[in-house]
Ligand binder design. Structure first.
Ligand code: KMH
Ligand code: ZN
Length: 277
């Protein structure tokens, strides 16, 4: 049995809202494609599936029926922890972003501030944050706190101080979004040191930074997110043929330094999630 302290929780972010089929031909869009992609990632060592919705033509959507179909297709194939995005795509209103929370996913993301996101603005004002947190709680989900920039850590502090969040919470540090925190070792270390004692964290590097940030997170005792949402290339000039390739690589590096990919059950223990019903 893997010791909980050594295990690494790998999240697969396999769909995203921005990448297109024209950029990445293996991007899953239909429910069965998403189900198969997450099963492969689970079998390779992923314990959490971060989920965005797409229409069959690839348009991003956070619509409940899309998530119902994705969720069922994944659940029919593997027990991966389902983490619904509440970020959706840049430009969506809050109400467009959160209807699928009615499906009571085990986890849901909560971004703690506004930042530039390429040419767009990813809007997360305090009223937006509070509205999403309320809906996450009403539906019995556990939030993953998304940190794209330093100021979002200050917002986290404020929410902890007000008792709206309580440790142990789980963070995701997303590094390398154009317009937000750069994918540097300094930033990762600063973020990891800034969160309250007892909290856990995952790191996600964007684009070519994905594997380096993953390796840094593994060395620091953090957890790792990979997938097409963040990066489509296996290496320079070579598209990955599946999200599972990224998971396999993280699992390989992890094992080389004495960390085993967490099973779904071990991941629940590490992240203090309620045991499965
Ligand atoms: N698509 C990004 C604008 C989340 O999933 O919660 C936001 C995002 C964050 O992906
Ligand atoms: Zn996302």
């Amino acid at each position: 049995m893997t010791r909980v302290s050594d295990a690494v929780v790998i999240t697969v972010a396999g769909v995203g809202a921005e990448v297109t089929r024209a950029q990445q031909p293996h991007l899953p869009l239909l429910p069965d494609e998403v189900g198969e992609e997450y099963r492969r990632a689970h079998d390779a060592g992923a314990a959490i599936g971060h989920i965005h919705g797409r229409r069959p033509d690839g348009t991003p959507t956070q619509d409940l029926e899309t998530f119902r179909a994705y969720s069922a297709a994944i659940r029919a194939r593997c027990p991966i922890i389902q983490q619904f995005s509440t970020g959706g795509a840049v430009g969506m209103t809050v109400e467009e972003r959160i209807p699928a929370l009615a499906l009571r996913p085990e986890m849901a993301t909560l971004t703690l501030g506004t930042c530039n996101f390429g040419d767009g603005i990813f809007e997360n004002s305090m009223p937006t944050i509070r509205a999403i947190l309320d809906r996450i709680r009403e539906n019995g989900s556990t939030p993953e706190l998304e940190i794209f920039d330093d100021g979002m850590l200050a917002t986290a502090d404020g929410l902890f101080n007000k008792g709206l969040l309580t440790p142990p919470a789980h963070f995701d540090f997303v590094l390398g979004v154009p317009g937000a925190a750069a994918a540097t070792a300094d930033n990762l270390l600063h973020f990891a040191r800034a969160i309250p004692a007892g909290c856990t964290w995952t790191a996600a590097g964007i684009g070519r930074h994905q594997t380096r940030i993953a390796a840094m997170a593994l060395a620091l005792g953090g957890h790792v997110r990979v997938g097409f949402e963040d990066n489509i290339f296996y290496r320079r000039g070579e598209l990955a043929d599946s999200n599972a390739r990224f998971v396999e690589r993280v699992a390989r590096i992890a094992r080389e330094i004495g960390r085993e990919p967490a099973s779904v059950e071990v991941a629940r223990q590490i992240l203090h999630l309620p045991a499965a019903a």
